[in-house]
Ligand binder design. Structure first.
Ligand code: GLC
Length: 448
């Protein structure tokens, strides 16, 4: 082989390996910066979701009621006349959210019905222009959140069934097909990009909660551009996973993951009764005990809970929802160290209940399911326990190691007797301080 061609090959090879290490380094930087920006979210654990819109006037399903033809589109939009926001007290909302223990809150800036809660400059519906509320409802809410140290979240529906340039409308009829009228779709793209930019500039959300991506592809939603525009203005902004592959975390809805989801970050969004928006006929509320049990399960599996409330048209929050948030707040306050800023708990099989682990891994928090106290058992803990305390009390407990065989390295079982007097009305939490970072035996027993 001639020297020149050898040199060329060498150069190509060097170039390749340089390019790939550069690619890897780039990937690492992206990973690290994503981890960094996701840290507050991972620590936050609880967010409050707010579905507020004209659907609260008659208490019908948000947007879906006309889409699914439960009521006519005209009747649905007629609710605009009754949306007053006359008792809206954003500071009270923010105070209740704070009291619940939540660290972020996500409000519907616009649902699939297309009615914006802010003064959009686009030629389309808004509560400012089309309802007696006549004002920007987002600004004072976000300011109240800031005051309380709660992160700003913006729900934004990509779908806009009211917009004349949007293809979808009722469940069995649509206006046109994108392929048949690309100009019309492009007009819609300009419209939604403008609305997103308006929100971005005016309120700089810490978190974007897109919805409705299922109706179109990433290309059609220009997901890449949406993401880039958001991050250009606010590099630390977090984007949920409903942007056709361009989001930062998963959003299981209403259904509970049974095993720990694989994705790094996830958030369960869940209603307090069966509906997102205000629905006076829906009295099927979850009890505070149920909400707390679900919340503990989410954080044990490394996720967050985004718990929804649906205020009335005048801005008051239904009493049942206030009650849930307050009770949850009491429990959160008492058990703060076991919840916020912790990591996902023990893998399944070690303890029959949810758990979390402190960031330095030297403390385990065991959440006693179903309000049980009494004898609890922990398997495969290869640590010395320094201290056991019932969280939020001065109660310190003893433990017994059962079944430890002197010649075997396999740890014995830990039994802890939790007395009745230490019981929390909702869920008791026991804290185990260890000698060193948690070490688990994951073998099959016997000699292994
Ligand atoms: C669904 C629904 C919507 C609701 C949302 C909240 O995607 O379309 O009505 O706002 O879930 O997660």
């Amino acid at each position: 082989m001639k020297y020149n061609s050898m040199k060329r090959i060498m150069l190509i090879l060097c170039g390749l390996s340089f390019a790939s290490t550069q690619g890897m380094a780039q990937q690492k930087i992206n990973q690290d910066s994503i981890r960094q920006k996701m840290q507050w979210f991972a620590d936050a654990k609880l967010g409050i979701f707010i579905h507020w819109g004209i659907y609260s006037v008659n208490g019908v399903d948000e947007s879906w009621s006309f889409h699914n033809k439960k009521i006519s589109y005209a009747d649905y939009m007629n609710q605009m006349k009754g949306f007053t926001a006359k008792n809206y007290n954003p500071q009270q909302w923010a105070d209740l959210i704070k009291e619940s223990g939540a660290r972020y809150s996500v409000i519907t800036t616009k649902h699939h019905d297309g009615v914006a809660l802010w003064p959009t400059k686009e030629n389309h519906f808004s509560v400012v222009k089309n309802t007696p509320a006549q004002r920007d409802l987002l600004k004072p809410f976000y300011e109240a959140l800031d005051k309380n140290g709660i992160k700003r979240g913006a729900y934004f529906s990509l779908i806009d069934w009211s917009h004349p340039d949007y293809p979808g409308f009722l469940k069995d009829s649509s206006r046109y097909k994108v392929a048949d009228n690309p100009q019309k779709w492009q007009r819609f793209q300009r419209f939604f990009q403008n609305q997103i930019n308006e929100i971005n500039k005016a309120y700089k959300p810490d978190l974007w909660w897109f919805d409705g991506d299922w109706e179109h592809s990433a290309d059609e939603w220009q997901s890449k551009t949406v993401r880039a525009n958001i991050l250009n203005l606010k590099p630390g902004a977090i984007i949920n996973g409903r942007l056709q592959g361009y989001g930062d975390y998963e959003t299981p809805e209403q259904n509970f993951p049974v095993t720990k989801p694989k994705f790094n970050w996830w958030e369960l969004c869940m209603t307090t009764n069966n509906n997102w928006g205000y629905h006076p006929d829906d009295t099927n509320y979850k009890t505070p005990f149920e909400v707390i049990t679900i919340f503990a399960d989410a954080i044990s599996n490394g996720g967050n809970l985004l718990l929804d409330i649906g205020p009335k048209e005048d801005g008051t929050i239904p009493a049942e929802q206030v009650h849930i948030l307050k009770e949850l707040g009491k429990w959160n306050k008492k058990h703060e160290e076991a919840i916020f800023g912790t990591l996902a708990g023990l893998p399944q099989g070690h303890f029959y209940g949810p758990s979390t682990i402190s960031k330095d891994s030297t403390t385990i928090y065991l959440f006693l399911p179903g309000q049980t106290v009494g004898n609890i058992m922990l398997k495969g803990l290869d640590n010395t326990i320094k201290d056991i305390q019932v969280v939020g009390t001065n109660e310190h407990l003893q433990h017994k190691i059962v079944g430890k065989v002197s010649w075997s390295p396999i740890p014995g079982l830990v039994f802890i007797n939790v007395p009745e007097k230490a019981k929390d009305p909702y869920m008791t939490v026991v804290k185990l301080k260890l000698d060193k970072p948690v070490k688990l035996y994951r073998g099959r027993g016997g000699l292994s």
